[in-house]
Write a protein that binds this ligand. Structure first.
Ligand code: GTP
Ligand code: SPV
Ligand code: MN
Length: 590
């Protein structure tokens, strides 16, 4: 008797017509064989799928160049499909599941002709965690198959776990003909099913990541009492050896990976990394919130990554423990066969080609690496990976940070008055857009909880769910808003960021421990500058003070924008948020 998995794979093969169906076992030997094929037989436009990089200096590392029109998530082509449009909310593109399936069936018919269909059995979450989920993705590209091996816990053990049951998430992926006109990322939350055609890039194609672990999982969390969030999970160890865990939500390309493995500027603290992008939060038996990282790798932004900004990531990339490490759409130094990107090192003296393989030098005025170029590398390569990373129950969370990229207005850090106020803070968060998604960069938009592109249902209901989770927790974490990105009159960042963000983490821990007071503002509680440990920093104190300035008049536009964003959600916005809004508006007027 065929299992439910086999039946589904047969069904997909009958529609997409691959030449062969290959079931991956997740082994290193298999990954090597797939990489070999991608270096000799397969092509993406004119390039091989993979090319080997300098194995002496970048062991186990390979370069991949994506299709030039396929370089970032495409939110406008991403849909969630419920029979009831209101369920998806104004925050999502919607299609009726029947219409969506008809459309996808049309563009998928025969789309794998002549190709191999890889069947990938994988877990999101530590394999024996009660919170982990078994998944099956099929794909017709080796790059996606190998990337999924790095990003998830993939292997035959998952098929054993599913057995003859039906309890698994399905992902159907094909690059089709790469045409943006036939590119859709369709979610069917009621069926735990994602169907993505036309893109081979990142969150559009690695369906365990944003598609399942956020969009579909957030809907599961809503129904079953947990949270799927776009968050870092990290431990902070103090000098006495106590480790506290926090999570931090920040929009795409706004500093999660850097925060997750920061090298603390304060020697009395060290960081332990658990995750850099996604957290699943469950209420534990003791009434605290516990976090697991469903992923097993990093799909990190390359530009800006260096020994100065993120030494632990550079070490992770060089660690060469887990096979392989992939670099996508970075530049290449032809002299040394090493990857390169803006912010990594001085381009002088290098023989660079850009992310599409064209000769490049700084005088061209273009970017050598695509601004959304990324590396894919195992979490287990990270020199500061937490020993709790595979703890099936996760780690207890003491604080939640909510960030954004704001050149003005939002203070470096502010503590919420209580849980509902924290939810209000998350719900009003805005951020300037980045290259992680197709579209204009640097435009301010609302991005509540950094989940705007990832919340798989009506975001008003999501806010209500957050309020409820706080009620169900005996000891909910404290909630903080943070912003590393305020700029001065010259447009330069005021706060040094990166390792110096440990100074903010220290204040957060000191608050939790009741060691320091705070100053009340209409937005929340901000530090007395004397309580921040600033030694070794070259910024004058009044400049630091300016990071906490709350000038009421400047808030009018912000408040109006929050209201305008909330408006289409109507009755879905919980009362607690409307009350917190009114309270802040009154305080700003007073
Ligand atoms: P996604 O993987 O898209 O979810 O992004 P992310 O949130 O993990 O962002 P990441 O840490 O990769 O940072 C994105 C960009 O912001 C990089 O170019 C970083 O160098 C830069 N960045 C990160 N942290 C800081 C900081 O504290 N200050 C400043 N000025 N830039 C930062
Ligand atoms: C993001 O855009 O938030 C990412 C990259 O982490 S992707 O996997 O493409 O979603
Ligand atoms: Mn992300």
């Amino acid at each position: 008797m065929a299992t439910a998995v086999e039946k589904w794979v047969d069904e997909v093969a009958a529609l997409t017509r691959p030449k062969t169906v290959y079931w991956c076992d997740g082994s290193e030997g298999e990954a090597r064989r797939i990489m070999e094929m991608g270096m000799s037989e397969e092509k993406i436009t004119v390039h091989d799928v993979f090319s080997e990089l300098n194995q002496a200096t970048c062991p186990k590392a390979y370069l991949h160049r994506s299709h030039p029109t396929d370089v970032a998530r495409t939110e406008q082509l991403t849909f969630v499909c419920y029979p009831d449009r209101e369920r998806s909310g104004p925050n999502n593109n919607w299609k009726h599941p029947k219409d969506a399936k008809a459309l996808m069936t049309g563009i998928s018919r025969g789309c794998m002709k002549g190709k191999t269909m890889y069947v990938l059995p994988y877990m999101m979450g530590p394999v024996d965690s009660p919170y982990a989920k078994a998944c099956i993705q099929v794909t017709d590209v080796s790059y996606v198959a190998v990337s999924m091996r790095i990003m998830t816990r993939m292997g035959t053990h998952v098929l054993k776990k599913i057995g003859s049951g039906e309890n698994f998430t399905r992902g159907l992926h094909s690059v089709g003909d790469f045409s943006p006109d036939r590119r859709f990322i369709m979610h069917f939350p009621d069926e735990d099913f994602v169907w993505s055609v036309g893109s081979g890039y990142g969150g559009n194609a690695l369906l365990g990541k944003k598609c399942f672990s956020l969009r579909i999982a957030s809907w599961q969390g809503y129904r079953y009492g947990w949270l799927a969030e776009h968050m870092v999970i990290m431990g902070i160890e103090d000098i006495k050896g106590n480790v506290r865990y926090i999570t931090a939500a920040m929009p795409s390309a706004c500093g999660k990976t850097n925060l997750a493995m920061l090298e603390s500027a304060l020697p009395e603290y060290r960081i332990w990394t658990i995750g850099d992008d996604i957290a699943w939060l469950n209420i534990g038996p003791d009434g605290r919130l516990y976090a697991i990282n469903p992923e097993a790798g990093f799909f990190g932004v390359a530009p800006g990554t260096s020994m100065k900004t993120n030494p632990n990531m550079v070490r992770t990339l060089k660690a060469a423990k887990f096979y392989p490490t992939l670099y996508t759409n970075v530049a290449l130094d032809r002299k040394t066969n090493e990857p390169w990107w803006e912010g990594f090192s001085d381009p002088d003296g290098k023989d660079l080609v850009d992310w599409q393989g064209n000769p490049w030098n700084p005088s061209l005025g273009t970017k050598a690496a695509h601004p959304n170029s990324r590396f894919t590398v195992s979490l287990y390569n990270c020199p500061i990976v937490s020993r709790e990373v595979d703890n099936p129950l996760g780690v207890p969370i003491s604080a939640i940070l909510l960030g954004g990229r704001r050149s003005r207005l939002i203070p470096l850090v502010a503590e919420s008055f209580d849980w509902p106020h924290g939810v209000f803070t998350g719900a009003r968060t805005g951020s300037e857009t980045t290259a992680a998604a197709a579209g204009k960069v640097g435009v301010l938009r609302r991005d509540p909880f950094s989940m705007l592109p990832f919340c798989g249902y009506n975001m008003g209901d999501y806010f209500r769910h957050w309020i409820n989770i706080g009620r169900l927790c005996a000891r909910p974490p404290r909630i903080y808003s943070v912003n590393w990105f305020r700029t001065d009159e010259q447009g330069k960042f005021i706060w040094p960021g990166f390792g110096d963000n440990a100074r903010v983490l220290r204040w957060v821990l000191d608050r939790i421990d009741g060691k320091v007071g705070a100053r009340e503002t209409p937005l929340g509680l901000v530090p007395h500058v004397k309580d921040l440990v600033l030694d070794g920093l070259a910024i004058p104190e009044d400049r630091v003070e300016s990071l906490f300035a709350v000038k009421p008049g400047e808030w009018d536009a912000e408040l109006a924008e929050v209201k305008a964003f909330w408006n289409p959600f109507g009755r879905h916005i919980p009362n607690e948020l409307n009350q917190a809004y009114e309270k802040m508006a009154r305080a700003l007027k007073a």
